[in-house]
Write a protein that binds this ligand. Structure first.
Ligand code: SF4
Length: 405
């Protein structure tokens, strides 16, 4: 494990540095979007304060990031090109750039979704859940899109056309972070309770089911290595939930190693429930099993290399739980989900053991702990005296003393 840590650490540092030099942030060519936005209008060069493209037709266009750069989505700003007439009415809108996870925002990018902004006035709310449709599983991203469009348009209307507009602070109103926090605390409390009493081990089934329902189906925010990659690329989120997921997972790794995998991960939970179905499992020697478990570190290292060199977090998007719980992905991604789930009938926690990048990351970060010896019904099919990086802390075999149960 020490070798894995050094190698992955080196890949991280070197690829971040090389990527920073070789793949500088490229500005998008706004003129191309401008021609698409209003092909019949001749716009001037971008100039003035606020920065605008103006035209003889009385229509102005602007990059929302020039006007309201502080608004951020889940992984950074959602930059828009907006065209507006002199009465403060939006006449066109295109997304220039964003770094949200593709699976969640595919519908947000469609002209069908964006068309609802056309004709909106700066006196309208331009607010998700009010006059703009929400998209389940992409709440933070569409909120950022609507707020960016609304706030930037109001600033331009006020400063360029002298239109008196009302700006109002909106409460986020989302209790997503509270649901996550309660689920996390309940699972962590159960984890510590089972260290003391084996009679409470059934609690883990309840928290795994809560992981599927709350984190997977309701919040649609399983922990993803893209969170970590975005942080390394200095692309923090505006979402309180994002910070909570990052902080709680980091805390749990320090306190209890791969606790997240064993107690909260919705895909891990689903895999384990499927693995409990009465199908005979394939036997494999521990030597062979150990060898294959290294695959997850190789995939994680390659994904990190691609993301950091290209400075594109979507290059690392092979996480089955993102596809499954965003309900979005291409044929290849859905095939991987299907095969990974079906494989559990024959190989316990197939994805967690051999392929999961979160398993690789949390495994690399967890500390050595005594008292886990593995046993026949280990959900990870661990060998006796397993590497602690392969233990998801179900606590079935925990003795606290290093004795075999
Ligand atoms: S080694 Fe023990 S605590 Fe870890 S997953 Fe296996 S049975 Fe559970």
């Amino acid at each position: 494990m020490k070798k894995h840590r050094i190698l992955i650490g080196l890949i991280a540092v070197l690829s971040l540095g090389v990527g920073y030099i070789l793949s500088p942030e490229k500005a998008v060519d706004e003129r191309i979007f401008l021609r698409d936005l209003a092909p019949e209008i001749q716009f001037s060069e971008k100039k003035g304060s606020p920065l605008l493209y103006s035209s003889d037709a009385g229509i102005v266009a602007f990059n929302s990031h020039d006007i309201a750069p502080e608004i951020r989505g889940y992984a950074g700003p959602v930059k828009l090109l907006v065209a507006m007439d002199s009465s403060g009415r939006i006449t066109g809108l295109r997304i220039l750039e964003h770094r949200e996870t593709k699976n969640y925002v595919q519908y947000m990018e469609t002209s069908q979704y964006l068309s609802q902004f056309i004709g909106k006035s700066v006196h309208d709310p331009i607010e998700v859940g009010n006059d703009i449709d929400g998209i389940s599983r992409a709440t933070v991203s569409v909120n950022a899109l609507a707020k960016t469009a609304g706030d930037a348009s109001r600033i331009v209307a006020s400063q360029a056309f002298g239109i008196a507009v009302q700006t109002k602070e909106r409460a986020s109103g989302s209790a997503a972070w509270l649901w996550y926090l309660l689920t996390f605390l309940a699972a962590l409390g159960s984890y510590f309770a089972t260290l003391r009493s084996k009679k409470l081990l059934r609690l883990r089934d309840i928290t795994m089911a809560a992981g599927i329902v709350v984190i997977g189906l309701y919040l649609s925010t399983p922990f993803s290595v893209l969170h970590v990659f975005n942080l390394a690329l200095l692309r923090p989120s505006a979402s309180l939930l994002w910070y909570l997921i990052m902080a709680s997972t980091a805390l749990s790794v320090v306190l209890a190693g791969r606790f997240y995998c064993g107690w909260l991960c919705p895909f891990g939970a689903l895999s384990e429930f499927i693995a409990r179905l009465p199908f005979r499992k394939w036997g494999m020697s521990h030597k062979m099993d150990d060898r294959w478990r290294n695959a997850k570190y190789i995939f994680f290292g390659l994904a990190m290399l691609a993301v950091f060199l290209g400075r594109r977090s979507d290059f690392g998007n092979y996480e089955t739980y993102v596809t499954l719980f965003s309900f979005s992905g291409n044929y290849l991604a859905w095939t991987l989900v299907g095969l990974s789930l079906a494989a559990n009938l024959r190989v316990e926690r197939f994805w967690c053991r051999y392929l999961c990048p979160v398993a690789a990351l949390t495994g690399l970060l967890c500390r050595k702990t005594v008292g886990y010896r593995s046993r026949q019904d280990c959900p990870m099919a661990n060998k006796p005296d397993p590497l602690i990086a392969e233990c998801i802390r179900c606590n079935r075999c925990y003795t606290g003393t290093g004795e075999t149960t």
